[in-house]
Design a protein around this ligand. Structure first.
Ligand code: C2E
Ligand code: CA
Ligand code: CA
Length: 578
């Protein structure tokens, strides 16, 4: 049985937090004190909590103070009669669904009809048949409770018990009405849990569920009772913060949330680290309805993610401008694919000891008809977002393999070609099929091809990536882990995936030998690669000093401006094969 106290006016009739399992409250409104006394006694014996009112007005006032679970309403009372009181109570927020049993000595049809008209859900005639009264109240309470539970299920997330999207939408509508009335503002926070997918994929769904429950609990503890926390699905939580004096108070809330998510979480006796990214949209400046506010807080959340995890971002109108520019760029990429405006450049991979070119990495460029040569940083992110990257990567792979065959046929000493593969391939599939077809069509030895993947590509697609990569590896194609050291959970990935090579990220190489930390990391990583019997290529080698340091510590291969920038095929040929 439930009782919801305080007014909320939400569609569930449950208030901001449901109070299942509480003593039901019955309001008895009757001007006859002896009847009240007997009723009170009988109801209390059945385990109910009773509040009394001596007339209709008192009943209305009592219902405002505390939402009853059931009302027993005498029809004829002084000051305000039961019909009018019923009508008034139905208007009180939180009491819309409260069942009212009208007690009347008037058993004429007209009065009964009137009782139903004003919102009573049943009637009973006086003098009371006590046994009928008892059965009827029990049945009504039971029905009201069942209804409330159904409503609870429909409006709450089954896992965490938090409001779901539907209830969240309703709460936003309420917040908008209130803000309009009171000329106030409120904020929506969109929270995404970092690394949720890794935990879910690597530790199983039960662990994922447990993590979501912990997050839900931590959010609830961090926020005020009046703030609405909802789970929209997956690892996405949303929050409404009302009564905002100034935007700065949201900053404090966001910081508190990030701090609570930053604390380690224990799941199945294992300590894991999560974190969050938060996007914030404000009413009214960032949107005047649910859809716009939610969309804009989501956009801001993505921006926060881009800036690096564990941070928050306010929505800025500039972001929609940026979104439009992106759309424009997306169309241009489509056209460029059709018009073959892309080019493949090659950067040598060098043996540090001999200085010989051992192979090359294919890197895409865009020969834009107006803007000239564009580097991948400017278009790869959008190509990835839109899925166009799959087509682009396949084209690069095909073009580079054809070029490699030409070099091989010409007798140049080539034995290794790297191509970059985006995460999207694991979501959309087709990588395995494409590799097979490519090898058949071009008649290239699989062992010549090395595909490069970043940890982030694997993190988001753990299971599918693992399966696909093992199959590709079995075909003889080599696999490299790109940007090693910049991602998450590197150690376990080195064991789980069939890597042949790791590419030490430029950001570490840059610091050697001056930076103490970088230097320590580089040495440790070279040793780790050796211990795991993996090839290591140092990326972004720019100085003799760096080269010397790497050679001294046992790194065999390097890549970087020290030897050459990525070059067009004919230039590459001139530089390295003549
Ligand atoms: P990446 O795979 O880590 O490639 C190495 C990047 O470092 C290249 O940038 C290269 O030009 C640059 N680089 C090489 N040596 C040096 C150096 O000594 N100093 C400095 N400062 N930079 C150096 P680029 O060509 O602009 O490519 C950027 C990223 O775009 C690549 O990073 C790769 O993640 C992505 N990319 C490039 N081509 C493709 C492609 O065909 N498909 C996919 N999916 N991604 C690609
Ligand atoms: Ca690469
Ligand atoms: Ca790299």
């Amino acid at each position: 049985m439930t009782n919801s106290s305080g007014s909320s006016g939400d569609i569930t009739g449950l208030g901001n937090d449901s109070k299942l399992e509480q003593t039901p409250v019955i309001l008895i409104a009757d001007d006859d004190p002896s009847i009240r006394l007997v009723l009170k006694h009988s109801m209390e014996q059945s385990g109910h909590h009773v509040i009394e009112a001596a007339n209709g007005l008192e009943a209305v006032q009592a219902a405002i103070r505390q939402t009853p679970d059931l009302i027993l309403m005498d029809a004829v009372m002084p000051v305000m009669d039961g019909f009018r009181a019923t009508e008034e109570i139905k208007k009180i927020s939180g009491c819309e669904e409260t069942p009212i049993l009208m007690a009347t000595s008037l058993d004429d049809d007209q009065s009964i009809a009137r009782a139903f008209d004003v919102g009573a859900c049943d009637y009973i005639t006086k003098p009371f048949n006590w046994s009928v009264l008892k059965h009827r109240t029990t049945r009504m309470l039971f029905a009201a409770d069942a209804e409330r539970q159904i409503r609870h299920l429909a409006y709450h997330d089954a896992l965490t018990g938090l409001p779901n999207r539907m209830l969240f939408m309703d709460r936003i509508d309420q917040a908008i009405s209130r803000a309009q009335r009171e000329n106030g503002k409120f904020a929506i926070l969109y929270i995404d849990i970092d690394h949720f997918k890794v935990i879910n994929d690597s530790m199983g769904h039960a662990a994922g569920d447990q993590l979501l429950n912990i997050v839900s609990q931590r959010l609830t503890e961090t926020l005020r009772k009046t703030d609405t926390i909802a789970r929209l699905g997956g690892d996405e939580f949303t929050i409404i913060i009302e009564d905002l004096e100034e935007a700065e108070s949201v900053v404090l809330v966001a910081k508190n949330i990030l701090a609570t998510l930053d604390k380690p979480v224990e799941i199945f006796e294992k300590e894991v680290h999560i974190g969050g990214s938060i996007g914030i949209a404000l009413y009214p400046q960032d949107g005047e309805n649910f859809g716009t506010l939610l969309k804009n807080s989501d956009t801001a959340m993505y921006k926060a993610k881009e800036l690096g995890r564990q941070t928050f971002q306010f929505y800025e109108h500039e972001m929609s401008l940026k979104a439009m520019r992106r759309l424009d760029l997306e169309n241009q990429i489509r056209v460029a694919l059709k018009n073959e405006e892309f080019l493949v450049y090659y950067q040598p991979k060098v043996n540090l000891l001999s200085g010989q070119c051992q192979g090359m990495e294919a890197l895409v460029r865009w020969q834009h008809p107006e803007k000239g040569l564009i580097t991948p940083d400017e278009f790869i992110p959008i190509a990835e977002e839109t899925g166009l990257i799959v087509q682009l990567d396949e084209w690069v792979m095909h073009t580079a393999c054809q070029q490699f065959k030409k070099w091989e046929a010409a007798g140049y000493p080539v034995n290794n070609l790297s191509v970059n593969i985006s995460a999207r391939h694991f979501k959309e599939g087709g990588l395995l099929k494409h590799c097979k077809k490519l090898i058949e069509d071009i008649q290239i030895l699989p062992g010549y091809i090395e595909i490069e993947l970043t940890e982030s590509a694997l993190v988001d697609n753990y299971n599918s990536a693992k399966e696909i990569l093992h199959e590709i590896h079995e075909m003889g194609v080599r696999i490299a882990l790109d940007d090693f050291g910049t991602g998450y959970a590197s150690m376990s990935y080195l064991k789980e995936f069939p890597f042949d090579t790791v590419k030490l990220d430029r950001s570490f190489v840059q610091g050697v030998p001056e930076d103490v930390e970088d230097t320590a990391i580089v040495i440790a990583m070279i040793q780790l690669a050796k211990a795991l019997n993996l090839n290591m290529i140092a990326e972004g080698v720019e100085t003799e000093l760096q080269k010397q340091f790497l050679t001294d510590h046992g790194c065999v291969y390097g890549q970087g401006y020290l030897w050459s920038k990525p070059l067009a095929a004919n230039e590459f040929e001139r530089m390295f094969f003549s």
